[in-house]
Design a protein around this ligand. Structure first.
Ligand SMILES: [Zn+2]
Length: 243
């Protein structure tokens, strides 16, 4: 069954826990994600990221997501992750994703607000939930550095855009950490939680350490995005089987 993410994230916010968000890039990865969720009898958020377009295009991802998501025995959110092209996000919203992320976090505040607001209006008219990002969660493998989310900016952004959840930058990064688990700024997270009323999302969850992730959930994170750990485990398994 495919569901919207709004109620799930509100539930997580009210009870101080977080749902996992797993990216999928082929039929094996989506089937493995669903099998794990069914084993635990828990809802799961499955996502296709625009940056994975070269591995799997949006139409193929939707076909897999709708097929496996609708026959899953647990609720599945079919999410479009890091949509940087507003037109593509709108197309995804109209064609079967139940939740979308518009990510204009590399733009200035006003431009981020303008584009996010526009996509949110369309997505809400279709009954979908929207995630956006303020501050910037960078990438460990490039010069794309993270910028901490400012509390006032996050508060204004949530109010101006009417988004349903907000990805914040508090010390994690995308990709593999070069020096152990990341230093998460829990003081900033607490400030954000006290000032921003909508659910908060953590990107770069892979290899962030169980203690960090548990504490992040207790301090207000409602969704943890995981990709790198899954991709590396999948690669290792394929290599060991020598296929
Ligand atoms: Zn991310």
């Amino acid at each position: 069954m495919i569901i919207n993410s709004k109620d799930l994230l509100k539930q997580a916010q009210n009870h101080a826990f977080a749902f996992p968000h797993f990216n999928f890039w082929d039929s094996n990865s989506i089937r493995a994600d669903i099998a794990a969720a069914e084993k635990l009898q828990l809802p799961v958020i499955l996502a296709w990221a625009q940056k994975h377009s070269s591995e799997i295009g949006i139409e193929d991802a939707l076909m897999l997501g709708k097929f496996y998501g609708s026959k899953a025995k647990v609720p599945v959110v079919l999410h479009l992750d890091h949509g940087t092209d507003p037109e593509l996000v709108k197309w995804g919203a109209k064609n079967g994703f139940s939740s979308v992320m518009i990510d204009e976090s590399d733009k200035d505040f006003d431009e981020n607000v303008r584009i996010t607001k526009d996509v949110t209006k369309l997505a809400h008219s279709l009954g979908l939930s929207v995630e956006a990002e303020i501050g910037h969660v960078g990438d460990n493998n490039s010069e794309d550095h993270s910028k901490y989310t400012e509390v006032d900016a996050a508060k204004r952004f949530a109010k101006l855009t009417s988004v349903d959840s907000l990805a914040v930058s508090i010390g994690t990064s995308h990709g593999v950490y070069k020096a152990g688990t990341p230093q998460i700024n829990f003081d900033r997270l607490q400030d954000l939680k006290s000032n921003v009323k909508i659910p908060l999302v953590l990107h770069g969850g892979s290899s962030s350490g169980d203690a960090n992730l548990t504490k992040a959930a207790e301090f207000g994170i409602t969704k943890v995005n995981i990709y790198t750990d899954l991709a590396n485990t999948s690669l290792k398994a394929a290599t060991e089987k020598k296929i």
